[in-house]
Design a protein around this ligand. Structure first.
Ligand SMILES: [Zn+2]
Length: 270
């Protein structure tokens, strides 16, 4: 009998400043994961935009390798840079993978990416599933809620071997209001509520099915006080990797390069 592998739920929170998230009471769900697990600083490599950021975080490849330098992603080489979910499937052809997001570049095969490969053959065989909610139609808050509901259902019912779930609301608030005020903080608390729903779904899998799960949380960049990102300011480059895995010894790390995140997550679920 082969040993069941540890399952992975990676949650991406776009545009989240760690120094703001750690303000008392703003993000109790995320802070619980960090307190019980670990939180390692990740320093994003400029340009600190979502295209290059998520490409390097989710593939382990540098900007030079993905050739993603902005959100237009023209002439990208993502086809040669398999994403984390693809890598999970490549090492185990029975692995079930899942991604849910609002941002087109992550998932949409007819958009400018996608960063997460479509893998239509595995989709047909029930080994890969993608859910995309269009924030431009419904607004970001509603789209994030759709993503949460869909992802929590799949985690609870199917327990995929690796899932990536992405929320956009914090980044949207940062662009609209800046990161200095109450609106950005309210968005963090709102998205933290969505994160807690996913953590609850994972907790239930652990209890009911005795499964071993690693929860990881990461962001692609922060925001300037007046809003916006792309440059090399510390508040924009500063990301983090939160790891939560009850019963496991997590590696003690000082700091991480964005390209180290995918290999580390593969290692921890090997
Ligand atoms: Zn942004």
């Amino acid at each position: 009998m082969t040993r069941a592998r540890r399952k992975l739920c990676l949650i991406g929170l776009d545009g989240l400043r760690w120094d703001v998230a750690t303000e008392p009471g703003l993000a109790p769900g995320l802070m619980r994961l960090a307190d019980e697990g670990s939180a390692t600083p990740v320093w994003m490599v400029p340009p600190t935009d979502s295209g290059p950021g998520w490409s390097s975080l989710l593939t382990g490849c540098s900007h030079e390798q993905t050739r993603v330098w902005d959100n237009d992603m023209i002439n990208h080489q993502l086809g040669a840079c398999p994403d984390l979910l693809s890598l999970v499937w490549m090492r185990d052809h029975h692995a079930v993978t899942y991604a849910a997001a609002t941002w087109r570049q992550l998932l949409d095969p007819h958009g400018r990416g996608p960063i997460v490969h479509t893998r239509i053959d595995q989709q047909r065989n029930g080994l890969h599933e993608l859910f995309w909610a269009d924030g431009e139609l419904t607004g970001c808050v509603a789209a994030d809620e759709e993503v949460q509901a869909a992802a929590a259902r799949v985690i609870a019912d199917r327990g995929p071997d690796a899932a990536f779930v992405y929320f956009e609301g914090v980044d949207e608030a940062g662009h609209r209001y800046g990161s200095a005020g109450a609106e950005y903080r309210a968005a963090i608390t709102r998205v933290d509520g969505l994160l807690r729903c996913l953590v609850k779904a994972v907790d239930e899998r652990r209890e009911r099915h005795g499964e071993d799960w690693l929860i990881a949380v990461v962001t692609d960049h922060g925001h300037k006080p007046e809003g916006g990102h792309g440059g090399d300011e510390p508040e924009v480059r500063r990301s983090f990797l939160v790891l939560h895995c009850p019963g496991a010894t997590l590696p003690a790390l000082d700091t991480l390069d964005p390209t180290a995140v995918t290999p580390l997550l593969l290692d921890l679920t090997a």
